[in-house]
Design a protein around this ligand. Sequence first.
Ligand code: DGY
Length: 322
Amino acid sequence: MKPYVFIDRSVPTEVEAFLAEHCTVDKWEESSPIPRRTLLTKVAQAEGLLTAGAQVDTELIANAPKLRAVSSISVGYNHFDLEAMKRHSIIGTHTPHVLDDTVADLAFALILGTARRVAELDRYVKEGKWKSGMGNKWFGQDVHHAKLGIIGMGRIGEAVARRGRFGFDMEVSYFNRSRKPEAEANLGVHYSALNELLAESDFVVMLAPLTLETTKLIGREQFKLMKPNAIFINISRGQTVDEAALIEALQAGTIAAAGLDVFEQEPIPDDHPFLNMNNVLTLPHIGSATESTRTNMAMLAARNLVNALTGQSPTHTVAELQ
Ligand code: DGY
């Protein structure tokens, strides 16, 4: 008998067709996110779950007695309670590699967008304010030859470093749990202690995955170390930064600007201070959101799920059978 899987969001037709070849598929049909209560009901029979951000925690697991595998269409898997999944022998998988270049491109969209004040100036033009030459009040900062500091040197970090080093002639340093001698040699980047990186960089890019150790890794003390012209970019997870401290640093001019694709709470609340700050460029968590990359991610996640459910050696596991 084919394993029963639930898909909690819409996925490309070819991905659904692939899953249907190997599994009995049920799916959430609406374009709005599935309400948690509905998800908890839907997983009651599910042996497999294809998701992108559903919290796979003790509550969900208690409602899903047959669950054997959860495949996330994301590289981040901080929504998995790995301990609980392991206790219940639920395999967890994610989608690394296929999104590296796309997310790195977005890092540069935020770097260039903040440095050259693209969103602010777009508003200025469209609001009919462009009536004469631009005064220096609107000038931005150079990206080329500036110092780029990368926190979290995984595959995406390396893709950002490559763009910085070879595309924009930047001096690139990185901070990571472990040194990356190969990246240092191939990309001409150097390792820095975190405080040193913060003190020296014109652009600080947060890419560390969200873990207990990286929760609020950047807070008041860290912003104080940064240069007044520094621009802080976050494309990891909002919780890696103390948001209150970031707001304070931006308002006080401790740092110059921020480019953010991720937030402590997503979607961002309507009354969030960032929404009224011209020196903050905000995006709705679209790091990997291009047509082709999201299709590749969904297909990879579907393959991971089928492999896990059909006893083939599961690929890209983050929670493994004991
Ligand atoms: C991921 O895959 O974890 C990214 O945050 C998606 O943009």
